[in-house]
Write a protein that binds this ligand. Structure first.
Ligand code: MLT
Length: 409
């Protein structure tokens, strides 16, 4: 008799976005003529930048010729041309030194943030913000690092750090000692950002407690405020305690192409039960090369093109479109009397639902009356109840129309 991994049975409701998809499909079936506007899942709508397309076409041509054909990306860690572009542009430009051996190119930050917990022991205490990107929690549930489901979508054994209006959506340091801390800045879903001083608090905590920070920076390209750090490594000492996840999905419209990378510093340690320290970089390297065979040459060529002079300009133009959408959403909702957060350094606007209206209830009203899809805050955690996320990823005219429909509610 084969046993099931019973940890999977602890998982509550379906993963948030499939659940939203299910509700939207059910609505469409009974309302086939409704023109639905999707501002729910953060999926990009603008086509790839011309520099990316050109580089990918050239890479296809190389694959057609014996002399320049590529098979496996040896070791699956990423080609040097992409690693060097990452090191110089994403870190060197911010005075952060990163070595090629610390960069792991992959097919997405969802997989990387979900998989990274595998290299840590099962009895570590994890801490997450509330609300939180559900992948961090669900993957720890699957691994068996949590207790059973409690009420309000929580799990036993996890330390939840509420992010509310009162603390400007930035969590306090936990009172208890935690081992693995998930942080996401700019934040999904609230759109909040962390200053260098705020990140320093976490780095100091992690160094003092021998903890590790899993820092998801998938939305760093949307930062407009020059004082906000783009990388946790801008904080001195962070390389000793933090892993950083970056993604081309939102930055360069790669949600359908799939390319991301993770930085695992050589300084990063975890500890054996006897207290002896162990380097995490070679362990992640072993895991990565065992379970992953690399991102296609064509995809990596496209990713590298965003670092060319032309590529940078084109990608910035696309980001500006989304950020202008975010500004339209913020302004329109504010005019209608909603309290809104985010949308300034992130492509997500986090709004307060009207008094007494729960976030799933607001989801249903918006879907049924305005045919607009957003994401209920409660889907991101208990502290997300009473909030609602609108994504700025859509065409400007569509976002304008969504705002007009919401105004008529
Ligand atoms: C979101 O809408 O939160 C993101 O698109 C989800 C993801 O990146 O996996």
């Amino acid at each position: 008799m084969v046993n099931v991994n019973e940890n999977f049975l602890k998982l509550q409701a379906g993963y948030l976005f499939p659940e939203i998809g299910r509700r939207v499909r059910a609505f469409s079936t009974t309302n086939p003529t409704a023109k639905i506007i999707r501002l729910g899942i953060g999926d990009v709508t603008e086509p790839l930048a011309p520099a990316v397309i050109e580089a990918m076409h050239k890479a296809v041509d190389k694959m057609a010729v014996k002399e320049s054909f590529h098979g496996y990306d040896d070791g699956g860690r990423g080609y040097d041309f992409l690693l060097d572009a990452i090191i110089e542009n994403d870190f060197g430009s911010r005075s952060v030194e990163i070595d090629r051996s610390e960069v792991f190119v992959s097919d997405g930050s969802k997989c990387d943030t979900g998989n990274f917990q595998e290299v840590f022991g099962i009895d570590n205490v994890i801490a997450v913000t509330d609300p939180v990107y559900p992948v961090y929690v669900d993957t720890n549930v699957m691994a068996g690092r949590t207790g059973t489901a409690l009420d309000q979508g929580k799990y036993g054994g996890i330390v939840y750090m509420p992010c509310t209006e009162e603390n400007d959506f930035t969590p306090e340091l936990p009172d208890e000692k935690v081992d693995i801390i998930y942080l996401c800045y700019p934040n999904n879903p609230t759109g909040a950002v962390a200053t260098k001083e705020q990140l320093k608090k976490w780095v100091d905590y992690a160094r003092k407690n021998k903890s590790v920070i899993l820092f998801d920076a998938a939305y760093e390209a949307f930062i407009t405020d020059k004082s906000i750090p783009h990388s946790i490594y801008e904080v001195p000492g962070a390389k000793e305690v933090a892993v950083e996840f970056r993604s081309y999905s939102k930055t360069a419209g790669f949600t359908g192409i799939r390319c991301a990378y993770t930085i695992v510093p050589k300084e990063l340690k975890a500890y054996k039960k006897d207290g002896q320290s162990v380097d995490i970089n070679p362990i992640w390297n072993r895991r990565h090369c065992t379970k992953f065979n690399g991102v296609s040459f064509i995809t990596q060529a496209g990713a590298a093109a965003i670092y060319s002079a032309e590529g940078k300009k084109q990608v910035k133009k696309i980001i500006d479109i989304y950020m202008s959408n975010a500004s339209v959403i913020r302004q329109s909702l504010t005019k209608l009397g909603y309290t809104v957060y985010g949308g300034v350094n992130a492509p997500y606007v986090w709004l307060k639902t009207p008094e007494g209206v729960g976030s799933w209830e607001f989801f249903d009203v918006l879907l049924q009356k305005a045919n607009v899809v957003g994401t209920p805050g409660a889907g991101f955690g208990a502290a997300g109840e009473g909030y609602f996320r609108l994504s700025a990823f859509n065409y400007p005219a569509v976002v304008e129309e969504a705002m007009e429909r919401i105004a008529k509610l």
